[in-house]
Design a protein around this ligand. Structure first.
Ligand code: CP3
Length: 354
């Protein structure tokens, strides 16, 4: 394997240098991706295993990351449930038939990952074959709250009005919906692992819209069910919940071997709050990659220092605090990856796992 340092860092084992990958690394900042997108729309690419495989592999050699992430989308299960997913230019994802009532929920068909998202599982098998052990493959799914935010609001949202009304005014419906989404997400991630995903990430991108109390009462039990339900697989699980630095302790309580951090929290402080039993992932501001390479390098050096990575503390997977932006120059991404490897080399206490 060119690099198993990603899996080692997830397990808090010593590494030859810090591993790095980027959320949304398989996407629009890559000219090769944009060229392919001229020919196919996004959903066609995600649903065609040969195309999805090609995109998954694009950043691996191009920017030298230590893990591949499956090219797919967190919203594919909602599409499989018949909610009607489209991507509208300039608006983002749109759900044609949002879930707002008991009747909407009761009307959802059963979900079976092999039958309903077999193309994703086929992509995983193809990618594993193509990677041939070069770097590990990360699978992923949306966490119940972030999925609910799209399923209930009908698209992107700033205030999550329909979700919050449902939580507070129709709690039974909310809990029944979250129950269903947790069950679907767990089945889907287990199927991805069975197909060959070597780590998985649970994306709770919009969890930070909630107060700690609402997170604890209306969301945590469902994320925890998914995260606990993966424990027996032995595969590292990354739990990323955006804008939750106010209640990181609850994110940790929900579970995950690795806690993903956004850039609004000092990574050293986050590590102290999370304790020694979890690894961390993150947490550069994605905007840093628009700055010139010397600025990127200085930010990487600061990150590695603050995280304890330079001092040999294991369990740091370097990443951004959210997805790479479409207008990011590819050379800047490559410069970041190179800086992470060079500046952290031999930190972490060993030469194993190179
Ligand atoms: O990380 C990767 O490179 C793997 C693939 C991946 C995509 N989406 C591909 C994609 C992953 C892991 C996601 C996760 C995802 N999708 C999240 C959670 C992560 C996050 O960013 O918070 C969310 C909230 C979504 C929902 C979604 N899908 C949005 C908001 C968008 C952007 C819509 C737009 O028009 O800008 C998508 C579309 C999408 N998903 C694209 C890609 C490469 C862009 C599609 C295109 O080419 O137009």
């Amino acid at each position: 394997m060119r690099s198993n340092r990603f899996l080692r860092a997830c397990r808090r084992e010593p590494v030859d240098c810090a591993p790095v990958w980027l959320m949304r690394q398989a996407g629009r900042y890559l000219p090769e991706y944009r060229a392919l997108r001229q020919k196919y729309d996004f959903l066609t690419m995600a649903r065609t295993p040969e195309l999805a495989t090609e995109v998954t592999l694009m950043p691996v050699d191009r920017v030298g990351v230590d893990a591949a992430i499956l090219f797919a989308d967190i919203l594919l299960p909602l599409d499989a449930l018949g909610l009607g997913l489209t991507f509208v230019q300039g608006e983002g994802p749109v759900i044609a038939r949002p879930i707002r009532s008991e009747g909407d929920l009761a009307g959802l068909p059963p979900f079976e990952p092999h039958q309903d998202l077999g193309y994703v599982l086929e992509t995983i098998r193809l990618v594993r074959r193509e990677l041939d052990g070069k770097v590990p493959l990360i699978g992923f799914a949306g966490a119940p709250f972030t999925l609910a935010s799209y399923a209930v609001e009908g698209g992107p949202s700033r205030q999550y009005r329909h979700c919050k009304r449902m939580m507070w005014e129709a709690p039974q419906l909310w809990h029944a919906l979250m129950d269903r989404l947790a069950e679907i997400t767990l089945a889907y991630l287990r199927a991805q692992i069975e197909a060959g995903a070597q780590a998985v990430q649970l994306f709770d991108s919009w969890a930070g819209a909630l107060s700690p109390q609402d997170y604890r009462q209306h969301v945590l039990p469902y994320s925890r069910r998914v995260l606990r339900g993966l424990q027996d697989t032995g595969v590292p699980v990354i739990h990323f919940a955006g804008q939750t630095s106010g209640y990181l302790e609850l994110i940790r309580e929900a579970g995950g071997d690795v806690i993903g951090l956004d850039w609004r929290v000092d990574i050293g402080e986050a590590r102290r709050r999370l304790g020694p039993d979890v690894a961390v992932q993150g947490n550069l501001d994605p905007l840093v990659l628009l700055a010139p390479p010397p600025v990127i390098e200085a930010q990487v050096a600061h990150l590695l220092e603050r995280a304890g990575t330079l001092q040999g503390l294991p369990g740091h997977v370097v990443n951004l605090g959210h997805g790479v932006l479409p207008d990011t120059p590819v050379e800047h991404v490559a410069a970041m990856v190179e800086a992470v490897h060079r500046l952290s080399r031999r930190a972490g206490g060993g030469t194993e796992g190179s």
